[in-house]
Every structure is written in C-alpha cells, then in structure tokens.
Design a protein around this ligand. Sequence first.
Ligand SMILES: O=C(O)CCC(=O)C(=O)O
Ligand SMILES: [Fe+2]
Length: 276
Amino acid sequence: MGFFPGENHGFPLSVLDEMIEGIRLFNEQDLELKKEMYGRDGAKHVQFNSFDLHNSQAADWRDTLTLTLSHLDSNPDPSEMPAVCRRSTIEYIEHMKRLAETLFELLSEALGLRPDHLGSIGCCKGCSIVSHYYPPCPQPELTLGIRKHSDAGILTLLLQNHIGGLQVLREDQWFDVHPARGVLVVNIGDLLQMLSNDKFRSVKHRVTANHVGPRISVACFFSGDASLLDETFGPIKELISEANRPRYKEFLLKEYLAKAVSSPLDDKPPIDYYKL
Ligand SMILES: O=C(O)CCC(=O)C(=O)O
Ligand SMILES: [Fe+2]
C-alpha cells in the first residue's frame, strides 16, 4: 500500500473533490431515483446495492455503486450512469487510466522487468469504479463499514473523503490510514501478489463504522478485462528460477474472478486455492 500525491502528477484536486461530491449527491437523492440503479446479479454496467448483503453472515454499514468497464480503452456509455455523477465519473476515469499506466510501468521496473511488461499482459485493461457511501452509524462498535479483506484484483487506486475509518493490518495490529486531500491510496491486490510470485504483497484492510459521516470512498479496481478471461495467469515466468520456485499454480483468469465475485468478504480468499 502506498500514497500518491496527486498534484505532482498534474491532477487537478477538483477532479477528486468532484468525484466524491458526485457520489454524495447520488446517495442523498430520492430513493426512487436510486432504485433505478439497483441490481445484484452483475448484469448491468452500473449497479447500486449493499454489496454482499445477501451472501454474507453479517451486513456491513454502507451502500455501494459499482460501474464496470470491460475495457479501459472504451469509454463507459454515459447514458447508463446516474445523471448526478456522470460528468465527474467520466473525468475521474480518464485520470485513473493515465495514473494506472504510469504505476504499472513503475511496478514492472520494480520487479526487474521491462517497463511495459505488466501492461503487455493486460494489467491496465478493464477497471471497475466501486463507490462506497458509509452513513453515520449510531452504534459503530456493533458493526464495520467493510470487513477485513484483501483486494482480489491486480491493483486498487482508492480515494477517500475526510472521514477516516480505513485501517490496514500489519503484524496483527490495525493501523489507521488517515485521509488527506489530494492523496490516493494504492493497494496491491491478490492477483498482483500471485503474478509477482510474492515479491509484492496484498494487504488486509477494513473500514470501521463511524458516529460521524458520511464517509465516501471510491475504489478503482484493475483486474483485467473480458479479452483476458480465457488467459492463463500465474507467477510471471521471468521471475521464476531454481532459487525462486513458483509459489502459485497457474489458473484461468475467469475461474479466479468467478471465485472472487461469488465468495463473501469474510470467506476463504480465492488466492488460497492456488498456493503451492
Ligand atoms: O472505503 C474504503 O476506504 C475501502 C474500500 C475497500 O476496501 C474496497 O472497496 O475494497
Ligand atoms: Fe478493499
């Protein structure tokens, strides 16, 4: 997990502020308008729900609006997005695309690979914009905003408003990730952990419920696109040697993602099925 100061990379702070404001407006509008976006079978590109409410043991304290883009190069169809956050989301996605391309180059180099390596295997392709709205909670000690989990995809770029609550687990201790304006949190996901053969590690995190709110966050998940579903993934060959044996079995991306989508956050993470 790392931090990225937006301004140094030509990110107008207004893009981040407007993204958060759009999500606030969407969630605080009339219930009837929100209902139009309701869905939980993944069939729509835009879907509003309470995440894994129907397949988890306990409910988390939040609502979630998910926008799925099958390919980074194809712009979302604006007409499918809620009117109140349409313009801000389209602009936000443009910046996330560019940032992700740069980050994948840097991450490739950090692995000792050519800068275009992660891009060439499709890491920049496809993303989902998952926007959470955590209302104020009268009894935060009884629940969580989002339960302990690691992100299943390749990389997550996370924007949060000024209400804290995000925590990361390190050596069995929870640490607060304090929000700051213009800062994005970058999370390594389980898929990148497997691709890097454990050179990069995903991180367990959670969000506490708060008396104050709303807390708003926007997670941009990169996990490949539809063109990669039948591809075989596993530790990158160039990283494997006699001294550095593969730590994961190979798998089809579609099998992995199917497991990730169907398992509740508090269940066995799909990465565990592939450990050698
Ligand atoms: O709301 C947050 O800060 C974290 C959200 C998150 O962990 C997720 O969507 O996977
Ligand atoms: Fe997460």
